[in-house]
Design a protein around this ligand. Structure first.
Ligand SMILES: Cc1cc2nc3c(=O)[nH]c(=O)nc-3n(C[C@H](O)[C@H](O)[C@H](O)COP(=O)(O)OP(=O)(O)OC[C@H]3O[C@@H](n4cnc5c(N)ncnc54)[C@H](O)[C@@H]3O)c2cc1C
Length: 422
């Protein structure tokens, strides 16, 4: 990639390594993602969006770049990136193709939950040994074969928000489980090799409990797996998030991505994990700003070199955009660096504030970029209108939608744990 022409190397990092005190690994991975995003993702993004087609070619190329294994531990042949390093790298990809970055997030999360997070959680030594052996098999597929994992958790009810147990059920049988259920918005549907689903283990007629959540990797080719429904959404069209039906699907026990009971522990003790959808949108926020600056300077490729920067209204709008971008970056950077097991209440509240800010500001910046740049800037031949549509999706994504962040932040600020009125 180092032989790229100079004009493909021009973008500045979102988080400059020296200014933000990045580690050498963070500096290297973000530079790799930026070069790859600009050279490979950006030129293809419009086609995937127009055709609402999954960017499978990007995933094959990401395997070659080492990006599919970014959070696989080093001892398993991966890059061993931690949560913060992943987020910073993902933001650079989101800048060039939101749908690829968001789909890639689903893949990487299967390695984060089972890797770095699991190491922070309690489990019996024997369970840990079994878990490490099982996850190594998953990781080998990713490292050696470029296998793609997804994480269809949503079901259309309250489970994805963490309010009730998942309706998708796993009944234990000899050697594994029989799984039945339905997942909506299954990004990477039809493209993933494994669907990493959350479901509830049920043995009899006992009430379904969130404590019995299982995290299983279901092979896409398993009997009983079907994909149904159309996919023609407003934005993030390349994610191809159709509906996944699971009908009496047999899954062997070693398909578990986390030992029994550990996902429930993780969801409570590692809340920052739910911020993993934000890096894509941090990248989109930067992209909207970058576009506006280039456009007003008359430098967007494919447009006449007309400068519009001399109007005071444009200068004020860009200044306001820059302030919003810097506020977003600063809060997000602090929040992703605070990710850890058992964060303080203040850290969790900051994470809600960061999630809300990134998801809302990405679209606010795109909206402002369109208003400021003007009519010609929103033509479909340019990326801004795609950034606008893609960025609108961020606030809708469970479990931390913009509304849920507001709801929890307000309540948790006004009520101490266990406090009630009367
Ligand atoms: C492009 C895209 C890709 C996606 N990819 C995936 C994926 O790969 N995997 C996956 O699991 N999901 C994925 N999703 C789904 C997403 O995370 C949500 O589950 C989905 O957007 C919820 O839509 P809904 O209409 O069913 O929301 P509803 O559940 O009907 O909720 C509507 C709104 O009500 C509020 N709300 C919901 N529940 C509560 C509650 N308990 N308390 C307070 N307020 C609440 C929220 O603000 C929510 O936005 C994707 C979504 C999009 C848009």
């Amino acid at each position: 990639m180092d032989t790229l022409p100079a004009d493909l190397l021009q973008d500045e990092p979102i988080f400059a390594p020296e200014a933000f005190n990045l580690t050498p690994q963070q500096a290297e991975l973000t530079a790799r993602a930026r070069r790859f995003g600009k050279a490979v993702l950006a030129p293809r993004a419009a086609t995937y969006d127009r055709e609402a087609r999954f960017p499978i070619e990007n995933f094959h190329d990401m395997h070659g770049e080492g990006l599919l294994r970014i959070c696989v531990p080093e001892e398993d042949g991966g890059e061993g990136a931690d949560f913060t390093t992943y987020c910073l790298t993902a933001a650079e990809l989101g800048r060039y193709c939101g749908a690829t970055a968001l789909s890639w997030n689903m893949h990487v999360c299967s390695t984060l939950w089972s890797g770095l997070l699991s190491e922070d959680l309690e489990m019996a030594e024997a369970d840990r040994a079994t878990h490490r052996a099982r996850r190594s098999r998953h990781y080998r597929r990713i490292v050696e074969e470029g296998a793609i994992y997804s994480q269809p958790f949503s079901e259309g009810g309250a489970a994805a928000a963490g309010a009730i147990a998942f309706g998708t059920e796993a009944r234990p049988v000899e050697g594994g489980y029989i799984v039945n259920g339905k997942k909506i918005f299954a990004s990477l549907s039809g493209a993933a090799d494994y669907y990493g689903i959350l479901c509830t283990e049920r043995t009899g007629n006992e009430p379904a409990s969130r404590r019995n959540t299982l995290y299983l990797a279901i092979p896409a080719k398993a009997e009983g797996v079907t994909i149904v429904g159309d996919w023609d959404p407003l934005g993030m069209r390349g994610t191809v998030s159709r509906t996944l039906l699971l009908k009496d699907v047999f899954v062997p026990e070693d398909a578990m991505l986390m030992p029994r009971g550990v996902y429930f522990q993780a969801a409570g003790r590692w809340p920052h994990m739910f911020m993993t959808l934000t890096p894509t949108y941090m990248g989109l926020a930067q992209a909207a700003y970058d576009f506006a600056v280039s456009y007003l300077r008359g430098e967007v490729p494919g447009t006449p070199p007309v400068k519009r920067r001399m109007f005071p209204t444009k200068q004020i709008a860009v200044a306001e955009m820059r302030i919003m971008l810097e506020q977003t970056k600063a809060l997000w950077f602090q929040a992703i660096r605070e990710a850890r097991p058992d964060p303080t209440r203040e850290q969790v509240q900051r994470a809600y504030a960061a999630q809300y800010t990134v998801m809302e500001n990405a679209n606010a910046l795109a909206t402002k970029a369109i208003r400021t740049c003007g009519g010609q800037a929103m033509l479909r031949s340019l990326p801004l209108e795609r950034i606008y549509r893609d960025s609108r999706c961020g606030s809708l994504m469970l479990p931390w939608t913009a509304e849920i962040c507001l709801d929890r932040l307000g309540r948790d600020t006004l009520y101490k744990p266990g406090e009630k009125d009367e």
